[in-house]
Ligand binder design. Sequence first.
Ligand SMILES: [Zn+2]
Length: 301
Amino acid sequence: MEDVPTEPERLRLMAVHAHPDDESSKGAATMARYVDEGVDVLVVTCTGGERGSILNPALKDRPDIEENIAEIRRDEMARARAILGVEQHWLGFVDSGLPEGDPLPPLPEGCFALETVEEGTRRLVAEVRRFRPHVMTTYDENGGYPHPDHIRTHEISVAAFDAAGDPDQFPDEGEPWQPLKLYYDVGFSVERTTALHEAMLKLGLESPFEGWAERRKEWLEKSRPPKITTRVPVGDWFERRDAALLAHATQVDPKGWFFSIPLDMQREIWPTEDFELARSLVDSAIPEDDLFAGIRDLVST
Ligand SMILES: [Zn+2]
């Protein structure tokens, strides 16, 4: 049995991500909201993002940036985590890069996706046992996006959720701790994309989602559609989300489509970030509007 806490315990949320910038494009407004409400939020970043493409046209073809990309991305991450108000831990793996071409090139030696699931799980279990989250978030089995690091992030997150509370697994990595819920981020569901697309057209704006379903057809056909169980209202935190994403200056185009959707329209049409409850050891009524539903009464805050 756990000791009964003598001091009020704070709720803790751990968000596991593949690269620096993923935390700012998936669930960022949710994290900022929980931080403001007094929840301790920890982002775990599996890789350093060393192989991310430079997507900001103003920073392209700059040898000074390309040569120092690992360090630059650490600085960008430091700014993003300050904006969101989260703590952050690097898991220490090397970005696998997104293989492109036909046939796909082999993954680079020493990258995250070529490390064993067990090694990733071991490092994450150690961090779970140190931070002791009540809730964890990660990607679904399709990675939300077909990047090998995203798939591996999913694999080690699920494995760590299942192993961290088991004293027989990774006995050298700290005292067992069992998180109570595991969620998958649901970013661009068909429902949300369609709703935003129609609202843009109604306002007479050019929609970035024109042809979206067609472009993603192959992906949508082969991957399981996410099952949204939980919609967290976070419209008031959209500015913080966008500011955090813009802090990853090499990785985003500030004039790109992500920032072309008016925030007031987003607040009206889809004021939530959405999640799929993948594992739960507590009772909560679905649909939920809070990642800590069923947990708040158990933790003496
Ligand atoms: Zn990523």
